[in-house]
Design a binder for this molecule. Sequence first.
Ligand code: PRX
Length: 638
Amino acid sequence: MEADDPVEPPAAFRDRANVATDVRERFATAWPEAWDAAGDLLDWFEPYDAVLDWDGEGPPFRWFAGGRLNASHECLDRHLAERKNRLALRWEGRLGETRAYTYLDLHREVNAFAAALRELGVEADDVVTLYMPVVPELVVAMLACARLGAPHNVVFAGFSADALTTRMERADSAFLVTCDGYYRRGDAMNQKRRADRARMALDYDLRATVVVERLGGARLGPDQHDYDALVERHAGATVDPVPRDAGDTLFQMYTSGTTGTPKSVAHTTGGYLAHVAWTSRAVLDVKPEDTYWCTADIGWITGHSYVVYGPLALGTTTVLYEGTPDHPERDRVWEIVERNAVDTFYTAPTAIRSFVKWGEQHPEAHDLSSLRLLGTVGEPIDPSAWRWYHEHIGGGECPVVDTWWQTETGAILVSTLPGVDAMKPGSAGPPLPGIDAAVLRPDGSECDPGETGLLAIRSPWPGMPRELAHATDWGRAAAGEEWCYLAGDEAVADEDGYITVLGRADDVINVSGRRVGTAEVESAVVAVEGVAEAAVIGVDHPTRGTAVHAYVSPEVDRAADDSLRESVLAAVEAAIGPLASPEQVVFTPELPKTRSGKIMRRLLEAVANGEEYGDTSALRNPEVVGELEVRREGVSDE
Ligand code: PRX
């Protein structure tokens, strides 16, 4: 993907931007002390002794060492003096319902729920799992956990019961807050049944379950509590925010990695929150008087950082959206922007590609003049979609920030600064000030401009996860002799240092901006009776970016028929959830393998994407490749 000609930031935006043009210089001359700018955005119970405490070489990295704070206090209490009656949350429900919470309302409900959780036995450092759709109670529960110093473990509501069990067991979590159900498009989905199945499969007993009523009529078992009843009973309670060390865990979550099991990522209270607040201010240009809307589901890192913690830490109004962009109509998103006079809109390329496909008549039917800034995250965006977004949504007047980051990085690391940097459609931009991102060769040396390599971060950053800060085996990546974090992405930098991220370089695929581990899907598929072997790959898709395809080789006496296909799909849905369901299941008597027996996934990817795959003579079974091409065509004609 080639980046387009640069687009200069509009002067009107620059004049009001939160960051000034000398910000890069400041970080370049005083690193890491310049990160004080992020620490200063927080209100510390105990000031930190050093911005970064380390030996100058490698881990451990202790950001804001000595500082103590509480994230619930940062997002609520400290705003009460000046803006208790300003809206903290505006919720847009799937059926067209709306709810609004002022900072005072949210503070009260978080206190009441924190008191309830404490009564149920939750103490500092207990992990509380939250398995809920995007409803205000999810934000309340996150902040109530933070108030108690209890790390939350949010599991995306679309994950299956099995996926929930794994994520609870791995986190050793004995408390669950869930919901009776939610609506997908117009249909009611029973979430409590899934939560109950997960609970029964756990190899220990839960200490308490709280159920939020969204659909109504759920029957509660022993040790299950109704959220509303708890909050009502504890109305008026106050729970002092528990002071936490900067390095203490604020939350953990699981993401897909390169192995068959999800990878745990724990974020810190001080470094994470400071980094998220600073980037919300500098990159998303959030101002307290704004209405800000990031469309991400709270179940993923984007929702944690830029729906909840970043905007609330800065005291702005954050919009929560439960629905899908085309329900009930394809102008739903623009109707919400107009009605709420949204200033900043932050979404994913997969949504933008759908908007392009549906046509500009939908945004044109609405007054979008409140918008000041647009953002994108989660996947590479091609220059034509970027330009469409810039022109048809931003009216050519709003900067578009293409923000690169990951679950592991916690917050944005690569992006243009709006009002400061020129934008190059298709390229995320330069590393943010204070971030040492580079494109490296496998030996650790830096690639020349235009040369594709691996994206790496060579110096610590405040939002780094605990696993990296303490350099347990996970994620510590050595390139040459130097400490650095390899992000797992392929990228290229240009002469100006702008980084274009090309996609994953490992066995993680990005489906509609959501991470799916091919190894996780494969382990579900090979567990199906009658399946001998399977290889799961990502194949280019016009709106989703990448789609999951499964190449399945049945056992010799098992017919490759629709019932086997159904079993494969059902197994993936049960193990992970519909988000990982293969769009195509291609049966083949054999998978292409090297002479040493390794499945050649890259070759399968090339075949499926209709790309050149070169010489197959190193394969043990080269004849299978021609066969696969025929099968692929047969399937895509269906
Ligand atoms: O491949 C990159 C892609 O999304 C991956 C991270 O996924 P996840 O941990 O789920 O976090 C998603 C939201 C931050 C990255 O390794 N990615 C993210 N942002 C961009 C991107 N690819 C290209 N351009 C981006 N702006």
